[in-house]
Design a protein around this ligand. Structure first.
Ligand code: HEM
Length: 384
């Protein structure tokens, strides 16, 4: 008998189980054999926990993509900044929840896991294409990504993806994120572009005197920071706890690092001016966060830091859970296991947002503004 080609009519009365497709959802926990009745409660837990994570990653990706598109739009209406914050804040909250969920996974004892672990080889969370997409869309670069033994992590996944239609679909997500990243559509890049447009002393990029205003702000700040470092040094020297040479070297390195950061001496030549303008904008917002028109910009920065903090905590928490369940053995995916996972916790996508914190000074140390009125609520919209 031929199957009926006409689709079933939509139910007239919406129900919980139709709308959420609960039937389909609850039929997806059968594992490799597609038969849930053959699974232990431990393996069912292992599957459900992973699937829950993947659902949450899906939501995080949606929020991230929309927030990035909004912030990276040709002309961002400043009134949209709260919307961007709203979406990124939700993504951060989901990741916070994801960090917590490892408690449930930890109820799996090492021996419980060993009873079904071998059949997973070489599958691994390492192949979670949604996590890879998340990293790419945030702006993690190839240089920042931990190598998977001899190979690049994405090349390793591509090799596996080429073997099946599901793999090809998984890879399509990564390829799309790579294409967006190549076009500058990552959260890191659009945040940097947005920061570079921050008015400094009321001046915006494109205005004739803008680079002079920015340089004046940077050099004035560095002078004040140097003076403050000097005072801290003298206070520590008078306590006579650490050798004078060691302390002097430490403060002089801190002042030199601050200058290198604000003058963007670490940036490639063709990116230096842009990076310098963005870092100056960042420092300006962080140093004058009490000004009314900087309230949303500073909240946006805090939210991005919160988002990355949750991702780093996810990596740490996952590594500790793994250490508890499998010790330091080789992972099912073939990596060095916990040692590899711990290395992934070091990279920071939003390195500038973290880095600027080392340079901040108490309010009364920050050079006074000459154009404070520009940032009051009655002022014209600040960005061009
Ligand atoms: C008993 C439970 C788990 C164990 C023993 C475990 C173990 C591991 C190990 C050893 C790796 C390194 C790659 C490898 O050699 O396989 C890894 C990677 C990974 N796992 Fe898990 N995992 C567990 C649960 C989870 C859960 C619930 C998630 C949530 C999605 C997850 C997500 C990941 C991700 C995203 C990676 C890649 C990390 C990276 O390369 O940055 N894992 N896991």
């Amino acid at each position: 008998m031929q199957p009926d080609p006409t689709p079933a009519p939509a139910p007239v009365v919406p129900t919980y189980w139709d709308y959420l497709q609960i039937d389909t959802l609850l039929g997806l926990q059968g594992g490799l054999a597609g038969d849930e009745s053959g699974l232990s409660a431990d393996e069912l837990l292992f599957i459900i926990v992973h699937q829950s994570y993947e659902l949450w990653f899906k939501q995080v990706l949606r929020e991230l993509k929309e927030a990035t598109a909004l912030l990276g739009g040709a002309r961002l209406d400043e009134e949209k900044v709260p919307d961007v914050v709203h979406q990124l804040r939700r993504a951060a909250q989901v990741l916070r929840l994801a960090v917590e969920q490892f408690h449930v996974m930890e109820t799996l004892t090492p021996q419980d896991f060993l009873s079904f672990r071998d059949k997973l080889v070489p599958a691994s969370g390492f192949q979670s294409f949604q996590v890879r997409e998340l990293e790419l869309r945030l702006g993690l670069t190839a240089a920042q990504r931990e190598r998977y033994g001899e190979t690049d992590a994405l090349a390793h996944i591509k090799g596996l993806a080429d073997r099946s239609p599901a793999g090809a679909r998984a890879w399509a997500h990564i390829a799309a994120a790579q294409a967006d990243a190549a076009a500058g559509l990552t959260l890191r890049q659009v945040v940097e572009d947005w920061l570079a447009r921050t008015p400094i002393e009321g001046s915006t990029p494109g205005q004739p005197e803008d680079s002079a205003v920015v340089d004046h702000f940077i050099e004035g700040y560095l002078g004040a920071l140097d003076a403050w470092h000097g005072e801290q040094l003298r206070r520590l020297l008078s306590a006579q706890l650490t050798s004078a040479a060691e302390l002097e070297a430490r403060f002089s390195a801190a002042s030199a690092a601050a200058a290198r950061f604000l003058r963007a001496e670490d940036a490639p030549d063709d990116e230096r001016d842009h990076r310098k303008r963005a870092r100056a904008g960042l420092l300006f917002i962080e140093s004058h966060r009490d000004l009314p028109l900087l309230a949303w910009p500073r909240t946006l920065i805090d939210t991005v830091v919160e988002l990355e903090e949750q991702l780093v905590l996810f990596r740490h928490r996952h590594a500790r859970m793994v250490e508890r369940v499998i010790g330091r053995r080789v992972g099912t995916g073939g990596s060095s296991g916990v040692e590899y996972l711990d290395r992934t916790t070091h990279a920071r996508v939003f390195a500038d947002l973290w880095g600027v914190r080392t340079l901040l000074m108490p309010k009364d140390r920050v050079p006074a503004l000459s154009n404070e009125a520009f940032y009051a609520f009655s002022a014209p919209p600040p960005r061009g």
